[in-house]
Design a protein around this ligand. Structure first.
Ligand SMILES: [Zn+2]
Length: 179
């Protein structure tokens, strides 16, 4: 059962209107994980993260996405992970990053959402067209029409792509991926 602490002080607005939720969960083929989330009722600040109970080595996972079925593959993404879909996007971790347990579809939907927001706010025609083409590309990847890759690099080791298809490697320094 999750443990919920109410009326905590919010790090953003300073009001005592923050709920802190802590939970522990077993993720098959990964192990036990702590899951945290913070939600402020006043300023709507939200932050979530995941952390493996046991110590993990820095890691890099590469998954070839070749069919619609791959959308169901489980993904653990900590707030410190870099997520890459070559020729589509690279998501770098930052202070606003959250960690979560999802699947490949969930990761691609988040990327889609970011590009949609960009498309709406972009003023240049060229940039809007580029965003539109990227959205089409992601749709083709999600329906299995276009092969792609999902790469997750995590210096904290708290991330994983849980599939026999995923290749796990060591994360050496800050080596750049060929894109
Ligand atoms: Zn707040």
């Amino acid at each position: 059962m999750p443990e919920i602490l109410k009326d905590q002080k919010c790090p953003i607005c300073g009001e005592k209107s923050l709920s802190l939720t802590e939970d522990e969960r077993e993720v098959p083929f990964f192990g036990r994980m702590y899951m945290f989330s913070m939600n402020c009722e006043k300023c709507k600040y939200h932050k979530a993260d995941v952390e493996a109970v046991e110590d993990k080595e820095p890691c890099k996972f590469t998954l070839d996405i070749t069919s619609e079925k791959d959308m169901h593959i489980r993904v653990v993404r900590s707030s410190q992970a870099v997520v890459k879909v070559p020729y589509v996007t690279t998501i770098e971790p930052g202070p606003g990053s959250s960690g979560y347990v999802t699947n490949v579809e969930g990761v691609l939907n988040r990327i889609k959402h970011q590009i949609e927001v960009l498309k709406e706010t972009e003023e240049e025609d060229d940039a809007r067209k580029k965003a539109k083409n990227l959205l089409k590309k992601i749709n083709r990847i999600m329906s299995g029409e276009e092969p792609s890759k999902l790469i997750i690099e995590d210096p904290s080791g708290n991330s994983a792509i849980i599939s026999e298809k995923a290749v796990k490697g060591k994360l050496v320094g800050v080596k750049k991926e060929e894109e």
